[in-house]
Design a protein around this ligand. Structure first.
Ligand SMILES: [Mn+2]
Length: 281
């Protein structure tokens, strides 16, 4: 593919490489179609829980290779750990070249702040999540430890690890309540902390919505997954877009209704990029 879409930030999550449900080929097509400055892998990218099953096809390896190539080409890769790749939490706050591993990230985007984390910290209990997070910076790390401790106990007792997918299988009503609670806690905390955007994954529910409470407002964004939804979050021209592989395919970022609201200089920039690309080729 000769012309790639320039995007400032791309966020994907819940790819679950190493599982049968992962749609690696579609993801690879998508990654090949974009040229981001920053790629955020917001958790559950490699499913380390499933590793003992020894399922890791070529297409899944290609995704890893592609991400490494992007890093080598100067794309800043931020790997935010999730629960299925929590083994990587041992390496949190380390970086190798353009790739860094973190448990959470804060981005500055055109004077606005975005709070990025996978979201499994809310699993143990939505209520606990709320008061633990009030402890400030320690809240998040404490919740991770609490999750790890509970999973460790479950394993010792010969039970399966705590997982949302099991929870959703149990009842649709329970799952819907969980999703609502998840979004409520995430947005309440983001408003309390003063973040303009809160970006999660984990619940496999792509979403982009502005939420307001009496203390203020924030935009909640969820990057969805590459099991069922094939979605990504893209930031360009000072706005977010929820990209859907099935409906958007490889359509240009600016070829949507947002074009009406675009500033002239952004339009010029978009056109200039295309012209430059043509010259390059
Ligand atoms: Mn997860």
């Amino acid at each position: 593919m000769k012309t790639k879409r320039k995007v400032e930030v791309v966020v994907i999550s819940d790819v679950h490489l190493g599982t049968y449900g992962c749609h690696a080929k579609q993801l690879l097509t998508y990654l090949n179609s974009i040229s981001p400055k920053q790629l955020i892998l917001n958790g559950d990218i490699i499913d380390i829980w499933q590793f003992k099953k020894r399922y890791f096809p070529k297409s899944h390896l290609k995704v890893i290779k592609k991400i490494m190539d992007m890093a080598a080409d100067g794309v800043e890769i931020i790997y935010v750990t999730g629960n299925h790749d929590e083994m990587l939490r041992k390496f949190s706050d380390t970086s190798i070249g353009n790739i860094s591993i973190v448990d959470k990230a804060i981005l500055e985007l055109d004077g606005k702040s975005a709070w990025v984390f996978h979201g499994d910290i809310f699993d143990v209990s939505i209520q606990n999540a709320k008061w633990l997070a009030k402890l400030g910076g320690y809240g998040y790390d404490l919740l991770i430890l609490l999750n790890q401790f509970i999973n460790w106990c479950l394993e010792k007792m010969g039970k399966e690890k705590y997982s949302l997918s099991k929870k959703t299988k149990n009842s649709v009503k329970g799952a819907l309540k969980y999703i609502n609670d998840f979004e409520k806690v995430a947005t309440d905390l983001a408003i309390e902390k003063g973040y303009d955007y809160v970006i999660c994954g984990h619940i496999h529910q792509p979403k982009m919505i502005t939420v307001e409470n009496k203390h203020g407002k924030t935009m909640y964004l969820n990057s969805g997954d590459w099991i069922e939804n094939f979605t990504a979050l893209e930031y360009q021209f000072k706005r977010w877009k929820l990209y859907n592989y099935n409906t958007d395919k490889l359509r240009a970022f600016y070829a949507d209704q947002d074009i009406k609201e675009m500033e002239v200089k952004d339009l010029i920039a978009a056109i200039t990029i295309i012209e430059q690309k043509k010259e390059d080729n």
